[in-house]
Write a protein that binds this ligand. Structure first.
Ligand SMILES: Cc1cc2nc3c(=O)[nH]c(=O)nc-3n(C[C@H](O)[C@H](O)[C@H](O)COP(=O)(O)OP(=O)(O)OC[C@H]3O[C@@H](n4cnc5c(N)ncnc54)[C@H](O)[C@@H]3O)c2cc1C
Length: 475
């Protein structure tokens, strides 16, 4: 990994990208391939952002690799490499277990139609109409209808159907019944087109391949390199960044850092119009997460048929946003990683995730925080015993992460797992209208979040930056 050496930095780059998450890396790669000089500055010691992993002994844990839509194959082939695209494989056994139903599915339109018609007894025509409505939603649609209202229109009074359709998407991008229906429709349809996919070989392998490609494309990649400030000229044009005390000039800057951190901390409130500032202040961050990472003893692996690949489990009688976020956890998503499907892994790994409120974890004393993490682990082990009764006997290692963990490693305000709520997208897109040459990319506005959303937004913003530079914007 190219660690930061400030003396080697050039005086000027066409583009400085702040942050090496999937959005930042993709934007950097696209621009360097287009012939731009690009500096990618990442504050952490490794690239990937939330798309990350960590080692403990002989175990490797993936943090955000539960699944993404098939579109990732096309995006990786076009903007990364065939080797990356060819390593993306489908997860075929997605399970649900809650007081309303227990089932297994391939999580695509065909199988969901079968389930909704045969098992949930919804008229086939209704199901078709719903899928078509969800698929045709786009950014320019009605933004006032909520996901809850959409469901009420197609499946009135059917809490069980709502749970089947909504619960996985809440985990995929943090959206809730109260968010605009289009944030649901776009992401749900992406999954329904062909199911849920993963990266064979794990996040570490993916990021290694991406890093190799960044180098081939000529990106100057620096890790352990926090950007402290974005400088703006009197003519409201981006001028430079300060990193490690050194000022580096740039024709354009793309921030992959948290949107609100970019606006208020990296740039500063004094640089924006009053209206824009109000708009930015009104942006709500998305929720955060907790996770419990479990490594099983190599000699005690699980059979794939026992738990499947991905299990949405809940003991809550109904699907409610506040219950999903509560520290009194009732809903968890389990990802099961098996040695036979993950080259290099000699044991089974299980990662249990919940959505979480930052406020429930911040402001605790050191002892309270430690006890909170221990409670989370104990609670999770108790919950997973339903599916793996002898989990404690099989367990080799266990560790927990909280919203504070995500905040610490990525600098996302409040440890936001999926950027901001919907209104953040308009603010993200408006940055260059306020300050010429300044852009934001990465997880934002729900629809641009997750691995696929972040990669695709990286491409969109890179193209905008390239077009602006081509028009002489940076001159
Ligand atoms: C627990 C969890 C599970 C998830 N599971 C999934 C999943 O299964 N599928 C899915 O599609 N998505 C999942 N996600 C969401 C997904 O990982 C993110 O949406 C996506 O990776 C975000 O990419 P990004 O481009 O926004 O960058 P981020 O990952 O947010 O990275 C931003 C980068 O900027 C760096 N940075 C910040 N400030 C500075 C600075 N001042 N100077 C330099 N660098 C800086 C950070 O260190 C970081 O590397 C999950 C997220 C979490 C938290």
């Amino acid at each position: 990994m190219a660690t930061h050496q400030p003396q080697d930095l050039r005086e000027h780059y066409d583009v400085v990208v702040i942050g090496g998450g999937l959005g930042g890396m993709t934007a950097a790669n696209v621009l360097a391939r287009a012939g731009r000089s690009v500096l990618l500055a990442e504050q952490h010691h490794k690239l990937g952002g939330l798309a990350t992993w960590f080692h403990r002994g002989k175990s490797v844990f993936d943090v955000a690799l539960h699944g993404f839509p098939v579109g990732m194959i096309k995006s990786c082939r076009r903007y990364w490499t065939s080797e990356i695209a060819d390593s993306i494989v489908q997860l075929k056994d997605i399970r649900f277990d809650n007081p309303m139903f227990s089932l297994s599915t391939t999580f695509d339109r065909g199988d969901f139609t079968r389930l909704l018609v045969e098992r949930f007894k919804v008229p086939a025509a209704n199901v078709e109409r719903f899928f078509d409505a969800a698929r045709t939603m786009n950014f320019y649609d009605d933004q006032a209808t909520t996901a809850g209202q959409l469901f009420e229109r197609f499946f009135p009074g059917r809490d069980d159907v709502v749970r089947l359709l909504m619960e996985p998407i809440t985990y995929a991008n943090g959206s809730t019944l109260e968010d605009p229906a289009l944030t649901y429709g776009i992401v749900f349809s992406n999954f329904m087109s062909k199911g849920v996919y993963t990266f064979r070989g794990g996040t570490e392998h993916l990021i290694r391949l991406m890093q190799q490609d960044l180098r081939r494309s000529g990106v100057d990649v620096r890790t352990r390199c926090p950007v402290e400030k974005v400088h703006v000229s009197a003519a409201k044009k981006v001028a430079a960044v300060t990193l490690d005390g050194k000022r580096v000039a740039a024709s354009a800057v793309i921030s992959n850092a948290n949107l609100l951190g970019t606006v208020f901390n990296l740039v500063g409130s004094e640089q924006w119009d009053a209206d824009f500032l109000e708009q930015a202040k009104a942006v709500r961050l998305n929720n955060s997460s907790t996770q419990v990472y479990m490594a099983l003893k190599p000699e005690m692996p699980l059979e794939e048929s026992q738990c499947g690949d991905l299990l949405f489990s809940s003991t809550a009688p109904a699907f409610r946003t506040e219950m999903l976020l509560s520290r009194d956890v009732t809903s968890r998503t389990y990802s099961f990683y098996y040695p036979q499907s993950r080259p290099g892994l000699d044991r089974c790994i299980v990662v249990a995730s919940t959505n979480a409120n930052y406020a429930d974890w911040s402001g605790l004393s050191k002892d309270e925080y430690k006890a909170g993490k221990q409670h989370l682990i104990e609670d999770t082990l108790r919950a997973i015993e339903k599916y793996v009764p002898d989990i404690r006997e099989r367990l080799d290692y266990v560790e927990a992460a909280t919203p504070l963990t995500f905040e610490r490693y990525t600098r996302h305000l409040q440890g936001a797992s999926f950027g901001t709520k919907f209104e953040g997208l308009a603010v993200s897109k408006a940055l260059p209208e306020q300050i010429a040459g300044l852009y934001h990319t990465g997880s934002v506005g729900i629809i641009m979040s997750g691995w696929l959303g972040a990669v695709n937004y990286g491409v969109i913003v890179a193209n905008d930056v390239d077009a602006w530079l081509m028009k002489g914007g940076g001159g």
